[in-house]
Design a protein around this ligand. Structure first.
Ligand SMILES: Cc1c2[nH]c(c1CCC(=O)O)Cc1[nH]c(c(CCC(=O)O)c1C)Cc1[nH]c(c(CCC(=O)O)c1C)Cc1[nH]c(c(C)c1CCC(=O)O)C2
Length: 337
């Protein structure tokens, strides 16, 4: 939390996107026979899965175990997460008529989120809990395509060809996302991250015109709580400035842009999160440490604080959890002040 506020820190804090999940044998064990989205609705299980990587890796923050499609499911969208594929939507949203199915999210739609966050903050003590949600563009891409997509052709066809429908869709999603974040903050989350994982598919002008207003609406909606707001996407090197301007306090960076360059792109006053290439974790320990040290050095462009160490994208299921634990200890040691 001090790093988020650009205050001095004893060492650079570190957590990993997707730190909970299939890389951990203890996760596979408790998830056995329980479908992904159902697991998100069981507060005791959510608590256990969220805590697993904190216990094992000694990371500096927990990330709430849930999924970006949980609020969509909660308002009645028929969505499932298929193992090895991702979210699949039974009836994609393509018309104004379809949009009616996307009603506002009320806190009572997600009582299990309020309960799980409450259990977690009691248990976590000093360790902050990061709440999160999917950003309007990334959610829209799943809703319009009906599932994961490489080229986002239906999404972009709507964005370019039916701009009024598109604007109405991302505006509704902004409201749902804002409500989902508010539930987590009011239950005790210390910070929030908005995942616009697939925004990197967009050219800057299209992002600015067709997506940024909806994401900015989300950041505005939670601004009064004063919790740090992180904004992350993959392949967003050309969008980093705009993603900061949308209202983030900290901009997440993938591994393609060194942090000293990212610092110039986001401008002064904003923190950075990232950005070790996740695939580096498959190399020998010495290499991981050299590459991690390069990330720490590049972050010095920010000054003494304002950097949160992370991977440039999520932990992969095939990663060796011991390599992640070693990386946490290394970052703490190498950055000790
Ligand atoms: C795009 C996206 C999704 N979900 C999420 C994003 C944004 C982050 C990113 O860019 O990776 C966000 C997410 N999903 C999950 C978390 C939990 C917290 C954490 O990071 O540890 C978070 C923050 C749990 C999960 N969400 C999912 C899993 C794996 C499901 C399983 O265990 O079977 C977990 C632990 C499923 C999921 N859900 C989604 C995908 C693409 C998948 C993977 C499908 C697969 O490869 O099987 C949609």
């Amino acid at each position: 939390m001090r790093a988020c506020r650009h205050e001095p820190v004893p060492h650079t804090p570190v957590w990993f996107m997707r730190q909970a999940g299939r890389s951990l044998p203890e996760y596979l064990k408790v998830r056995e026979d329980i479908p992904m989205l159902e697991s998100c609705m069981r507060p005791e299980l959510v608590k256990e899965i969220t805590l697993q990587p904190v216990r094992r890796h000694k990371v500096d923050a927990a990330i709430f175990y849930s999924d970006i499609v949980v609020p969509l499911k909660a308002v009645g969208i028929d969505v499932d997460i298929k193992p090895g594929i991702g979210p699949v939507i039974a009836d994609p949203i393509r018309t104004f008529e379809d949009l009616k199915r996307l009603r506002p999210l009320e806190p009572d739609d997600v009582p299990y989120v309020t309960e799980a966050v409450g259990l977690l903050v009691d248990e976590l003590g000093e360790t902050p809990l990061i709440g999160f949600a999917g950003a309007p563009y990334t959610l829209a891409s799943y809703l319009v395509e009906g599932g994961p997509s490489k080229n986002h052709e239906n999404t972009k066809a709507m964005m370019y060809g039916q701009p009024e429908l598109w604007a109405a869709l991302v505006d509704r999603l902004a409201d749902i996302t804002s409500a989902f974040l508010k539930v987590q903050i009011e239950a005790g989350a210390s910070a929030v991250q908005l995942f616009d994982s697939w925004a990197g598919a967009l050219a800057p002008d299209d992002y600015r015109r067709s997506v940024m207003p909806a994401s900015a609406k989300v950041f505005d909606a939670v601004a009064s709580y004063g919790v740090p707001r992180i904004h992350f996407g993959v392949g967003t090197g050309e969008l980093l400035g705009l993603m900061g301007q949308a209202g983030a306090d900290i901009v997440g960076v993938d591994w393609r842009v060194p942090l000293n360059v990212a610092a110039e792109r986001v401008g002064p006053g904003k923190g950075l999160q990232g950005n070790l290439d996740p695939a580096v974790l498959f190399a020998p320990t010495k290499v991981v440490e050299t590459k991690a040290r390069e990330v720490l050095h590049a972050a010095q462009a920010l000054g003494t604080s304002g950097h949160i160490f992370n991977l440039g994208h999520g932990v992969m299921p095939s990663m060796d959890p011991d390599a992640l634990s070693r990386l946490v200890a290394f970052v703490h040691e190498a950055s000790a002040r």
